[in-house]
Design a protein around this ligand. Structure first.
Ligand code: GLA
Length: 355
């Protein structure tokens, strides 16, 4: 309408928050078209963005907690390592998805420890994505498409062949809610996480991991090899009989995936029945399988799980990709978690903030 032209201009500033996540159960199932039950946590990454006038578009990024910065052309950023790969990857993938970026200054502030299995990477990607999109005005990108875009950043810019678990949990999270995600259909169903006076805590093993350099990509290759031998598209189509015909270590890997999908369904039922001891037993079974079949635990992770059990946890398991990171513990009301453990509760998913 005449006289309202200024309201059509893209905003000069925007801001977004994206949370980390805890995966209750369903580990290493996402890239096998399986099931998982994560929730978004209250800690996350905040990105503030300000549009600048210079052309062609350049991005100036500052990572507050690291005291580091980066600067690159938005259209075709050169490749780099470390946190800069996430920023450059998000900008490049947005441009490729026909979101034309203006020049921008970005301030990134995070409260999720890196490499601790709480998905600081997805929180950073998603917050960057939402803040940059916020500078461009309305876009037709759906939340699942944003998750897929961010996963491409991990795969193609960071070199970690991760699935969609972290990004979907971050984007669809809600208070007091876990998410049953089916990675074949990409359907996300809210599951009320009613714990009563029970508590979920995470205890950091102190061992940092990087999916690009750990055994994560190798596990993914092993699953692909198991599928080729079984003549199936994904391990979602495998059953116990088929898995028993595989050579080792592929039999152990595939067996973990098949059983872990079943444990996710059992955990959803346990939550519906408010049977928290049953949930604890499932966490323990998942951990044992990740250690013995998937072989992604380490001595530091085992010591951490043991500390949680010694403090009286009803169940404990490593979360995320493994090879370090954090261990989740479930505690009944009368048990006291170790004092250095952090309670985690399901919080809201990624959202924009007043700029
Ligand atoms: C990491 C990856 C996820 C998922 C988990 C294991 O967090 O980023 O995609 O594969 O490991 O469940």
């Amino acid at each position: 309408m005449p006289g309202e032209r200024s309201s059509e201009l893209p905003p000069r500033r925007s801001a977004a928050f994206a949370p980390g996540r805890v995966n209750l159960i369903g580990e290493h199932t996402d890239y096998n078209e399986g099931l998982a039950l994560p929730f978004a946590i209250r800690q996350g990454v905040t990105v503030k963005a300000q549009a600048l006038a210079c052309k062609p578009a350049r991005i100036f990024a500052q990572a507050g907690d690291l005291g580091e910065s980066d600067e690159f052309p938005a259209a075709d950023p050169p490749r780099v390592d470390g946190w800069r790969a996430f920023v450059r990857g998000v900008a490049a993938e947005l441009q490729r998805t026909a979101v034309p970026l203006p020049s921008a200054r970005l301030q990134i502030a995070g409260e999720v420890p890196r490499g601790a299995g709480l998905s600081s990477s997805a929180a950073m990607e998603v917050a960057l994505c939402l803040a940059l999109i916020g500078l461009c005005g309305p876009t037709p990108l759906h939340r699942t498409e944003i998750a897929q875009l961010c996963a491409r950043v991990e795969n193609d810019w960071v070199g970690a062949q991760t699935g969609l678990l972290d990004q979907l949990a971050c984007l669809y999270g809600a208070p007091d809610t876990a998410l049953r995600i089916d990675f074949r259909s990409l359907s996300v169903q809210p599951v009320p996480l009613g714990l009563g006076n029970w508590r979920l805590v995470v205890l950091d093993s102190g061992e940092r991991h990087s999916h690009a350099s750990s055994g994560y990509n190798e596990r993914r290759r092993e699953c692909g090899k198991a599928c080729r031998l079984l003549g199936i598209h994904s391990l979602r189509d495998a059953d116990r009989d088929a898995v028993a015909s595989l050579p080792q270590p592929l039999r152990r890997r595939a067996s973990h995936v098949v059983e872990e999908n079943l444990r996710v369904e059992a955990a959803v039922s346990a939550l519906a029945a408010q049977d928290l001891p049953a949930l604890g037993a499932l966490l323990d079974a998942s951990h044992a399988s990740l250690r013995d079949c998937y072989e992604v635990s380490t001595p530091a992770v085992e010591a951490t799980a043991q500390r949680l059990h010694e403090a009286g946890a009803a169940g404990a398991r490593l979360i995320g990709g493994g090879f370090g990171g954090s261990v989740l513990g479930l505690f009944a009301p009368n048990a006291a978690p170790p004092t250095d453990a952090r309670e985690v509760r399901p919080g809201p998913g990624a959202h924009t903030l007043p700029a």
